[in-house]
Design a protein around this ligand. Structure first.
Ligand code: PEP
Length: 250
């Protein structure tokens, strides 16, 4: 039985004051025995606030990005040892905005996955095709390439620590989610790929769907047999809306 995991990617949103207000409301909503793992990904600048407000609750937090090197001349970057000081549990790796706006390559993403695991944390690895790739029937080819590059060299034990977020690029922030049957088809293919490489571990790895998830459609994805949660951007910025999505997973 896989514990569902629902995550809030705030992206470049929320000042410290806004983060504090959000966390105070959100922790009121979440019962202690809530059966879904909840993870908030604030911007780096609000991590300490989120930690202050959510410590002692069942809600976890993580980083939206991290550099694979522990320190050095990488202006503007933040390392895993720095983030660990903020009590994080997860790091988002390979988000489509990092791939397509900031030009992160499969090779760089695989170094990040390795560094996150070596730091004793879990990566949420984002994979997904662009619209023209889906239209030309290449969606699986693209996703398989991303999986092979990022996870191909891991051991089965390491792979079991990874969460995979299937996020079709054309569905992110557009208000147009994937069709649930297409998300399920991709999640099944991802689990099959994991089974070929890592055997039984494939049954343990959690696969999220992400892309325009909101309270009105979350249940359509979260009830699917190979979807174990959601990665939510826009609709996670309001604590009540994010909790409504999480309730669909419970
Ligand atoms: C995301 O940023 O990972 C995401 C899925 O965004 P949205 O929910 O806004 O589509």
């Amino acid at each position: 039985m896989r514990t569902p995991i629902v995550a809030a990617n705030w992206k470049m949103n929320k000042t410290q004051a806004e983060a504090r207000e959000y966390c105070r409301r959100f922790r009121e909503l979440v019962p202690r025995d809530f059966p879904v793992e909840l993870v908030i990904f604030p911007p780096f600048t609000a991590l300490h606030v989120v930690r202050e407000e959510l410590s002692g609750t069942p809600i976890k937090w993580g980083a939206q990005n991290a550099h694979p090197e522990p320190k050095g001349a990488f202006t503007g970057e933040v390392s895993l040892p720095m983030l660990i000081e903020h009590g994080i549990s997860y790091v988002i790796v390979g988000h489509s905005e990092r791939r397509h706006i900031f030009g992160e390559t499969d090779e760089f993403i695989s170094r990040k996955v390795r560094a996150v695991l070596d730091a004793g944390l879990s990566p949420i690895l984002c994979v997904g095709e662009r619209l023209e790739e889906r239209r030309s029937g290449r969606a699986w080819e693209v996703v398989e390439g991303q999986l092979s590059a990022a996870l191909g060299v891991l051991s089965a034990e390491e792979a079991s620590q990874v969460v995979i977020a299937y996020e079709p690029v054309w569905a992110i922030g557009t208000g147009v989610p994937a069709r649930p049957e297409d998300a399920q088809e991709m999640a099944t293919a991802i689990r099959g790929w994991l089974a070929e490489r890592f055997g039984d571990v494939a049954q343990k790895v959690r696969i999220q769907y992400g892309g325009s998830v909101k309270p009105g459609n979350a249940g359509d994805f979260l009830k699917l047999p190979d979807i174990d949660g959601a990665l939510v951007g826009g609709a996670s910025l309001d604590p009540d809306s994010f909790f409504a999505i999480a309730e669909e997973a419970s």
